[in-house]
Design a protein around this ligand. Structure first.
Ligand code: NAD
Length: 283
């Protein structure tokens, strides 16, 4: 099956990035959100990102125009009827996502593929709420989408082989590098990355070294572009904490216990760059 038109539900951080990558790679995009303000904000971010690429000489001005011309925005789910693949990138809430997929199912063609960009919700469980789980799959993009090459393609228990193959081919057409992953909490990257960040908070709490020294250690000794505590500030400490809580609950294994210092910082509202204070201060 050839994917020509992509539907994207949610024009936030991830949705506008997915829409941008799809439009730049020559796909038509229908971008849906709940109100015009959310769509305008998403399109402003997307346009600014395209402008930066043009300014750096990484994108031709004509390609920018072409990409923008291929994007239609709407608050009406019925516009998704034209899409061959719909990627949901709304807030991380199981109830919200199931309501969105019910609406999407009622307007799209029976052969259209439905995907979620969820970071932590079970693809098998989401798929089970659909009339046809074989056409449902996880597509986990990374932030910022236009710059990050990886997409984890997550097969739920009832995801069809054709669905997985079609989505893999599309991911390559988007200029991204896919890895195939079986549904499991945190998939591959966050399963490894977030417990490492959590361990850095334990090391900090035990005064083994200062935050700067812990980050310098991983930067200079393991070649990580960013130390784990600086990375936590970028991701959001609240996001890191909720991922650890999902692991603890879903695996039932105490090795995923969130560091009390991480929980304390979140309780204080020190969520990282987005609040101006996390492990570090941002003025
Ligand atoms: P966000 O808050 O930036 O954007 C969510 C958007 O969805 C908002 O514009 C909101 O108005 C819209 N929305 C809410 N309800 C809707 C509805 N019923 N119909 C249509 N649109 C609706 O969120 P985000 O950071 O882009 O995250 C989106 C998804 O991607 C989440 O599932 C998240 O876990 C996942 N994710 C996020 C990141 C990240 O780094 N931010 C990385 C990978 C995956």
């Amino acid at each position: 099956m050839k994917i020509e038109t992509l539907g994207v539900v949610g024009a936030g951080t991830m949705g506008n990035g997915i829409a941008q990558s799809a439009a730049v790679s020559g796909h038509n995009v229908v971008l849906v959100d709940i109100n015009d303000a959310a769509l305008a904000k998403g399109m402003a971010t997307l346009t600014a990102s395209l402008d930066r690429l043009v300014a750096k000489g990484k994108l031709a001005a004509a390609a920018r125009e072409g990409a923008l011309a291929r994007i239609e925005t709407s608050t009406d789910y019925a516009r998704l009827a034209a899409a061959d693949l719909i990627i949901e990138a709304a807030a991380e809430d199981f109830g919200l996502k199931t309501r969105i997929f019910k609406q999407v199912e009622s307007v799209v063609r029976p052969e259209a593929i439905l995907a979620s960009n969820t970071s932590s919700i079970s693809i098998t469980a989401l798929g089970a709420t659909l009339a046809d789980p074989s056409r449902f799959i996880g597509m986990h993009f990374f932030n910022p989408v236009p710059l990050m090459p990886l997409v984890e393609i997550i097969r739920g228990l009832r995801t069809g082989a054709t669905t997985a193959e079609t989505v893999r081919e599309l991911t390559v057409q988007l200029g991204k590098s896919p890895i195939s992953v079986k549904n499991s909490p945190g998939f591959v990257v966050n399963r490894i990355l977030v417990p490492m960040i959590n361990e850095a908070f334990y090391v900090l709490a035990e005064n083994v070294a200062t935050a700067e020294e812990i980050d310098a250690g991983l930067h200079l000794g393991a070649n990580h572009p960013l130390g784990p505590l600086a990375l936590a500030d970028l991701i959001g400490l609240d996001v890191c904490l909720s991922v650890m809580d999902v692991f603890l609950n879903d695996f039932g294994d105490s090795k995923y216990r969130a560091c009390p210092l991480l929980r304390e910082l979140v309780a204080a509202g020190h969520l990282g760059r987005k609040t101006g204070q996390g492990v570090y201060r941002y003025d």
